[in-house]
Design a protein around this ligand. Structure first.
Ligand SMILES: *Cc1c(COP(=O)(O)O)cnc(C)c1O
Length: 733
């Protein structure tokens, strides 16, 4: 537990209420709850914070620390008595304490070898909550979910990342529908962070040398349930003004900023662990950004254990796991030799290796002097366990990197797969949780990785499931209306327009959601290939359809921004006004509302470029159905009964042909399957076949695509063998 001072004067003169806590004690308990991100996946604690002041709660981006700062202990006590919160606060606080103390975890039985040698989990972003903008999209949310499940399962893991004080940008669209980015300074005092301390109690500063001088970083500490997260931050004395801004923004800046960030994350991260007195048994590199890290571990081994470079490489690789996350070539960082030498030169000297040797570690063909240095290649070379993030992505990755093992058949390339999953308690709507609580075995939440548990969904009354879903859909619609009218007000649009925005969408209409990064391969505009056909579909008298879109484009992605513009500007077309809406500033909060409330979650990437995708998995938990290209996780999830597929599992080599075919398949799936199924009602007005699909989706997918299952797989296939240093099987099949 963190022990950050409350900085609020205690008032010793306030008399205690009978059987109750003093205002200061009450405040301290709330403060402690707010300083462990455990609260982010406990609805009863979220409700408690919200009940303190629902309007401020929303305005403050659901940040309990910012909220508590607006209260004195006395005002908090008054509010708590009005709302009868005392026992709820007490109860939540006790549960957190018990959770932290509990030693009877899954990992105690299954991953005991990690007991005193933690897994160091490196990631460039962590998506833990909307109030902490240190993530941009799927990769970050996956890391956040990984950490939360590691906490739940009791896996001994520490997270290493960067603290971006401006985070990822806030998105607004201008009058023309074009994306504008705004970077806001995060108030550190409103985040559940404290300076990380050395064993002797001093704050940590680490130093990484480059040919051009040293880089310094301080280290923040954050508690996520039982897992500790350490975030490096270059805004410290000793750095040049330019370097102080090095970690300001996530994925901002050029190649040089990028390699310096990655140097701090990888090499700096390993140094931070050392300074903290943490000696990991396993290093997990989540994506190539942190792949410099093992070089520093190799240096440690050479110094501490007197190993030669080659011995140290073998030893470190045995303890290193690498996860690759994208088949998109531009998604793999590549650096020129000058960049590498400038930043890794001093470390290379200490390792006693030549420039060519170092470059060779990042090249598919070590002797090819024209080949740049690829982080993924080094990640693969310096780890004995490597994995992709879905079955299909495993195939693609083995083919993509086959040249690294020229003597092997493609299927023997040692890259396995562990399919991504989502943290159920984070993404499950409270109403659905209550429904599951009513019908699932007691304590089911502790067994959410077991298929049998989810079979109980078939015993739920279809009417009850449908009602629950529609309550969530209404919540989404209220959210959309609030957001869309706010967007219009901000753009100073006329009162009529703002008023119309308050009434967009219809709760009785089939509602399709699409929310994700607007990378062009995700083809957000695929549904718009034929606007007349879309018009006919949306405005069908008996069986209409409506769409909710959201998503940010990378600041440098002009084509992605034009996709956003095309979609957002449909609101000016009378055929689509109020029926196709675009919500700005997609983040975990917007995502949560969307995946909890839509009837259908649409995903139409250009196969096979979606490594996994996870947002569709979040929809499953809440009763929404997936309509997706057979790519990423959906390729292994879809069984004909548990959602809808777009087209078949094929792609043409010509993108234009593929896009045309997929656009046609999407329309056909909508017209022939999705729409008829949704509007096929019985005498009670229930869409029986649809509800059956909802149940099939929940029972066949929820447990499989949970991050608990995922982390158990990592523990079993990667962490435990790597910690024991036993297994020589390089793949994770
Ligand atoms: C879950 C999530 C994602 C992942 O989206 P996919 O396109 O399905 O990978 C991205 N962004 C946010 C904010 C999310 O919550």
């Amino acid at each position: 537990m963190s022990s950050i001072d409350t900085a609020v004067a205690s008032d010793a003169n306030t008399p205690l209420m009978a059987g109750e806590m003093s205002p200061q004690t009450l405040y301290d308990k709330c403060w402690a709850l707010a300083h462990n991100l455990w609260w982010t996946w406990h609805p009863e604690v979220i409700n408690l914070f919200r009940d303190l002041d629902p309007i401020r709660w929303r305005q403050l981006d659901h940040n309990p620390i910012a909220l508590l700062r607006e209260f004195t202990p006395e005002r908090l006590a008054t509010r708590a008595s009005e709302m009868v919160l005392y026992s709820r606060i007490n109860y939540a606080h006790r549960r957190l304490k018990e959770y932290m103390a509990n030693k009877q975890t899954w990992a105690a039985t299954h991953a005991g070898v990690l007991g005193n040698k933690p897994v160091a989990y490196f990631s460039a972003e962590f998506g833990l909550h909307e109030s902490m903008p240190i993530y941009s999209g799927g990769l970050g949310v996956l890391s956040g979910d990984h950490v939360k499940s590691a906490s739940g399962l009791g896996v001994n893991l520490v997270g290493i990342g960067l603290f971006y004080d401006q985070g990822y940008f806030k998105q607004q669209l201008d009058e023309t529908g074009f994306q504008r980015e705004e970077y806001l300074d995060t108030k550190v005092e409103n985040l559940p962070m404290a300076p990380a301390l050395c064993p002797d109690g001093k704050p940590i500063t680490i130093r990484v040398d480059t040919r051009g001088g040293a880089l310094f970083a301080k280290v923040w500490f954050m508690q996520v349930g039982r897992v500790r997260l350490f975030l490096l931050d270059c805004d410290v004395d000793g750095n040049s003004p330019e370097d102080r801004k090095l970690t300001s923004r996530l994925y901002g800046g050029d190649e040089r900023v990028r390699i310096r960030q990655e140097l701090v994350l990888g090499v700096g991260g390993v140094k931070a662990l050392r300074a903290l007195g943490i000696y990991p048994g396993v290093y997990h590199l989540n994506e190539g950004h942190s792949a410099f890290g093992p070089l520093e571990v190799i240096r440690e081994r050479m110094v501490d254990d007197g190993m030669s470079f080659d011995e140290a490489v073998r030893d470190v690789a045995r303890h290193t796991c690498f996860t690759t996350h994208t088949p998109v070539p531009a998604g793999h960082d590549r650096f020129g030799g000058d960049m590498i030498e400038e930043h890794l030169g001093p470390l290379r000297d200490q390792l006693g290796i030549s420039y060519d040797q170092l470059m060779g570690l990042g090249r598919v063909e070590p002797q090819n002097h024209s080949e740049p240095f690829t982080m993924t290649v080094m990640g693969l070379k310096l780890s004995r366990k490597a994995n992709a993030v879905s079955q299909l992505h495993g195939h693609i990755s083995r083919r993509m990197w086959a040249q690294l093992w020229p003597w092997r058949q493609e299927e023997e390339v040692p890259i396995g797969h562990i399919t991504n999953g989502v943290h159920i308690p984070t993404w499950l709507a409270q109403q659905m949780l209550q429904l599951y609580d009513r019908h699932f075995p007691a304590q089911w939440i502790y067994r959410m990785g077991e298929p049998e548990v989810w079979q109980h969904i078939h015993n739920v009354d279809p009417g009850e499931l449908w009602e629950t879903h529609n309550a969530l859909k209404n919540q989404l619609l209220a959210f959309v209306r609030r957001r869309v009218s706010r967007q219009c007000r901000r753009r100073n649009e006329s009162d009529d327009v703002v008023e119309a925005a308050r009434n967009v969408l219809d709760p009785n209409v089939l509602t399709i959601g699409f929310g994700r990064r607007f990378a062009t391969y995700k083809r957000a505009t695929l549904i718009m290939s034929d606007l007349d056909r879309l018009d006919a579909m949306i405005n069908n008298k008996e069986r209409p359809v409506q769409f909710v879109f959201a998503g940010k484009a990378h600041p440098k992605d002009e084509p992605g921004k034009r996709f956003i513009q095309q979609i957002a500007n449909l609101r000016h077309d009378p055929r689509f006004a109020g029926k196709v809406v675009y919500i700005e500033d997609y983040d975990m909060n917007v995502c949560r509302h969307m995946i909890q409330g839509v009837d259908v979650w649409l995903n139409n990437p250009r196969r096979p470029l979606e490594a996994s995708g996870t947002s569709g998995q979040k929809t499953v938990l809440n009763g929404g159905l997936n309509l997706s290209i057979l790519d990423g996780w959906w390729a292994e999830a879809y069984d004909g009964t548990n959602g809808f597929a777009i087209g078949r599992a094929t792609s043409h080599t010509n993108d234009e042909v593929t896009d045309r075919r997929d656009g046609e398949s999407l329309m056909q799936a909508m017209e022939n399957e999705v729409i008829p199924c949704y509007y096929d009602r019985d005498v009670d007005g229930l869409p029986r076949q649809w509800i059956k699909r909802m149940m099939m989706s929940i029972s066949t997918l929820a447990w499989r695509f949970s991050s608990h299952r995922m982390v158990m797989d990592y523990a079993r296939l990667c962490y435990v063998p790597a910690a024991g240093g036993l297994s020589c099987d390089m793949s994770v099949k």
